[in-house]
Design a protein around this ligand. Structure first.
Ligand SMILES: [Zn+2]
Length: 150
């Protein structure tokens, strides 16, 4: 695998992981809300104690899953070149989600604007990976259109 291919597959793995993380964070927040609700409901009965324990365990398991995924994310990010890593992280911070998208039939998978063939030549290169000229998201080769070298 070339360095660029490796960057692309690492980026894909990070995006997938970040997507999964968002899902897990939602589940964890729901478990914590449920736990808070149970604790606030007062008049603890045997059944609600069991519910509280179960909700507590669920929240703890989801928290542990998040920690494991964070470790893996850190390791994957270390595999990226420094400019690529910084670009990805700053896009995530700016709320450009997902920060790396597929270029499908010449359209950016993030902002859905056409990446003109002419502009494609001018796409800024970040560590061998191209970025959308409109939204700056990192572009990954899509199923139907590869990001080809001009
Ligand atoms: Zn875009």
């Amino acid at each position: 695998m070339s360095e660029v291919d490796e960057s692309v597959s690492t980026l894909r793995a990070i995006v997938e992981l970040d997507q999964e993380q968002r899902r897990v964070a939602g589940l964890r927040d729901a478990a914590i809300r449920e736990l808070d609700g149970l604790l606030a409901s007062g008049a603890p009965q045997r059944k609600s104690h069991r519910d509280i324990d179960a909700a507590r365990e669920r929240a703890a398991a989801l928290q542990a899953a998040t920690a494991t995924a964070n470790e893996r994310r850190r390791a994957l990010l270390q595999d990226l070149s420094s400019p690529l890593r910084k670009r990805y992280e700053s896009l995530v911070r700016l709320g450009r989600w997902p920060a790396a998208v597929a270029l499908e039939d010449g359209y950016c998978g993030g902002c859905h604007l056409r990446v003109q063939p002419r502009a494609e030549i001018q796409l800024s290169e970040v560590g061998g990976t191209r970025a959308c000229p409109h939204c700056q998201r990192l572009l990954l080769p899509g199923r139907s259109s590869e990001v080809r070298d001009a």
